[in-house]
Ligand binder design. Structure first.
Ligand SMILES: Nc1ncnc2c1ncn2[C@@H]1O[C@H](COP(=O)(O)OP(=O)(O)OP(=O)(O)O)[C@@H](O)[C@H]1O
Ligand SMILES: [Mg+2]
Length: 272
């Protein structure tokens, strides 16, 4: 029997795995806080697998796997995985684009042909959502967080340009956010609900990510921005904000299905 090859991306929050079964790539996710679960899954599911690990916790996981795994550089693996997913999902996408990995933090990369270069990033990412959500609403569970956020009204927390101009004609679109969490007077009058706060946190994160990414897109002269990372999981609010703001910035957004597994797929490909 052939030995199964497994690609693993051990990130700051989640461990993503990818392996092939009958020509299909199968995916799985674990928490980075229980690396022992990954080790058990590997040894219980496969006999003598060939493993390649990437991501910030690759060293740590590799030690737990008795150093039997190969490791690869995260940015290279992610770029490789993305190329495969893009080939399957957006064949028309040119070879010159940015990819933005919204993980625990956010990392921005320029891809030109097969070359990738990290061009920037921001500490505002999925981890910011987890942390601020906990601090401001006490909610710890990700699924509950995004579910509550879907009913939130940012009008109770965020100041829009038109709120400042009050009836006068603003010089830019009145619907743009003037100040995230800036509606202080109204919040003092009526404390916003957990749903409102969670929606506002997601809004702020999405807007910051687009602001930084779209400026990078101008700097590197690309039209397309590919967004990946587990932060988009079950989180249509984040996706919609990023989609809308990226278009407003004159760039075209792409969201890859299974994009959060790009690193794991890239690690898997490096075993071929
Ligand atoms: N089940 C989940 N548990 C925790 N966070 C989740 C879950 N599903 C989605 N997320 C979101 O995904 C984010 C992590 O994304 P991702 O897996 O891409 O990052 P990572 O690879 O672990 O981190 P990094 O690449 O920065 O080291 C979390 O911060 C959270 O916002
Ligand atoms: Mg990651």
């Amino acid at each position: 029997m052939n030995q199964t090859k497994i690609g693993i991306d051990a990130g700051g929050t989640l461990v993503k795995t990818a392996y092939r079964k009958n020509e299909t790539i199968l995916y799985q996710t674990f928490s980075s806080y229980n690396l022992g679960d990954v080790v058990s899954w590997v040894y219980e599911s496969f006999e003598n697998p060939i493993i390649c690990i990437t991501g910030g916790k690759s060293q740590l996981l590799s030690e737990k796997l008795n150093d039997s795994a190969k490791t690869v550089v995260e940015f290279e693996a992610t770029a490789r995985g993305i190329q495969l997913l893009i080939g399957e999902q957006y064949e028309s996408l040119k070879t010159n684009f940015l990819f933005v990995n919204v993980g625990t933090g956010t990392s921005i990369h320029h891809v030109n042909d097969m070359e990738q270069q990290r061009v920037g990033g921001t500490g505002i990412g999925g981890g910011t959502l987890m942390g601020l959500a906990y601090l401001l609403t006490g909610v710890e569970d990700y699924a509950r967080m995004v579910q509550l956020a879907s009913n939130g009204d940012r009008g109770n927390t965020d100041l829009k340009v038109k709120d400042i101009f009050e009836g006068a004609l603003p010089p830019i679109s009145g619907d743009l956010t003037a100040s995230n969490f800036g509606k202080r007077e109204s919040m003092i009058a009526q404390y916003p609900s957990a749903s409102d706060i969670l929606a506002a946190i997601i809004g702020m994160i999405g807007e910051v990510i687009v602001t930084v990414s779209s400026q990078m897109a101008v700097q590197y002269n690309v039209d397309s921005i590919v967004y990946i990372g587990s932060s988009f999981r079950s989180n249509p609010l984040l996706r919609d904000i990023i989609d809308e703001y990226t278009r407003l910035a004159g760039k075209e957004p792409f969201f890859l299905k299974d994009g959060e597994y790009s690193g794991a797929v890239g690690a898997l490909l490096s075993l071929d």
